[in-house]
Design a protein around this ligand. Structure first.
Ligand SMILES: *Cc1c(COP(=O)(O)O)cnc(C)c1O
Length: 383
């Protein structure tokens, strides 16, 4: 079985792991099974139903992601937030405490501070392993990080966070969306759970909303039990589209990594730019940690304009790079976190999180890097 062959490299697993055999025709691709009604002749039969998370197309994604993240099992969801919310509701209950990274994806930050707390779940925030340890209480059940984080690309020592969780019997969870399994595998470093917004790099073409959780079989079984009540599953057609996108994940990430590093170096020496955040730059505060636990530094970077009043002039001048929400697609996208992903935070919360009004986040696509540099150069030239 290809999925279980741990000697195969990620590029190979992207293409072959999980593929559903087409017994009818011998075709090379998994067939699409769109049914929502499946035969159920008697009570001894296992019912198949999309919202039970057990259709063939859902299982293809589960097996492919489990193989890529080096986990036992996985569960695909209808969005990254469906995956994250179902996970948190499955493993936290009133009276529990959870520690979250301060520099969180905006949607997760809102879920935690506006919804989770309504159910009597206590929350704390930290930025470093020392701060996570200091925030821990007797009732801490879960530690949740993003590395590299959004939008400052901060990295935490994953092995140290995993050890902290193990020592105190807290479930350790990482949102691995920015790194992807091509650049970073947290499970072998000791993490319990990996979550992804598959909307981003995993699908890679800005045309599917999906999410994935990867973990040990026991964790996925408990999660599935909760998930079929919450109902955030992915339909067969989207599963197939995601499977198609995943086949090129490794080759896309190689280009994202290379392009972002070149753009980061270009921005770093530009007079209009005050600061560049990219974990692949030797000057990044977390470069040493990133180098230890990542094979590549991915395609996300952010930078601060020296003069934030020039932000709109810069955005208007861009010809190739589109100002847009979302990230991780083949096309380069730019966004202003204070106006988009983090707009629902109060100005005080933003300031505390280190997100200035002049911060620009760039999702570097896989276009020719010289075309991207030329576009940024002419837009900055006007600043
Ligand atoms: C986009 C994103 C999410 C949410 O995913 P959706 O598919 O939009 O629900 C979660 N975490 C990170 C890091 C993201 O970039």
């Amino acid at each position: 079985m290809i999925d279980a062959d741990r000697s195969l490299q990620p590029s190979t697993l992207c293409i072959h792991a999980g593929t559903h055999l087409d017994a009818a025709t011998g075709g090379a691709c998994s067939p699409i099974y769109p049914s929502t009604a499946f035969a159920f002749p008697n009570a001894s039969h296992t019912p198949v139903y999309p919202r039970f998370f057990n259709t063939p197309n859902q299982q293809v994604i589960n097996r492919k992601l489990a193989a890529l993240e080096q986990g036992e099992d996985a569960l695909v969801f209808g969005s990254g937030m469906a995956a994250i919310s179902t996970l948190l509701f499955a493993f936290l209950k009133p009276g529990d405490h959870a520690v979250f990274q301060a520099d969180l994806y905006g949607g997760t930050q809102q879920l935690v501070t506006r919804e989770l707390v309504r159910f009597g779940i206590e929350i704390s925030f930290g930025r470093t392993v020392a701060e996570f340890a200091a925030a821990r209480r007797e009732n801490t059940r879960l530690i949740y990080v993003e590395s590299p984080s959004n939008p400052l690309l901060q990295c935490v020592d994953l092995a140290a966070v995993a050890a902290l969780g193990r020592e105190h019997h807290a479930l350790t969870v990482i949102d691995n969306t920015f790194a992807t399994p091509i650049n970073q595998n947290p499970l072998p470093l000791g993490f319990d759970v990996v979550v992804h917004s598959a909307t981003k790099y995993l699908n890679g073409h800005s045309d599917v909303n999906a999410g994935v959780v990867v973990a040990a079989g026991q964790i996925i079984r408990r999660l599935t039990d909760c998930a079929l009540k919450h109902g955030g599953m992915l339909d067969a057609h989207s599963c197939y589209q995601l499977e198609r996108g995943l086949k090129t994940l490794a080759v896309r990430m190689r280009q994202h990594n290379a392009n972002a590093e070149q753009l980061a170096r270009f921005l770093q020496q530009h007079a209009a730019v005050a600061r560049v955040n990219y974990p692949g730059l030797p000057g990044h505060p977390d470069h040493a940690i990133a180098k230890r636990q990542m094979r590549g530094f991915s395609g996300m970077l952010s930078f601060e304009l020296r003069d934030p009043a020039q932000l709109d002039a810069f955005l208007t001048r861009l010809r190739l790079i589109m100002p847009a929400l979302s990230l991780g697609g083949v096309e380069s996208l730019v966004c202003i976190p204070s106006r988009t992903s983090h707009r629902l935070m109060t100005p005080a919360e933003r300031l505390q999180a280190g997100i200035s009004d002049g911060l620009v986040r760039l999702s570097v696509g896989i276009e020719d890097v010289n075309d991207l540099i030329a576009d940024v150069a002419q837009a900055l030239g006007a600043v």
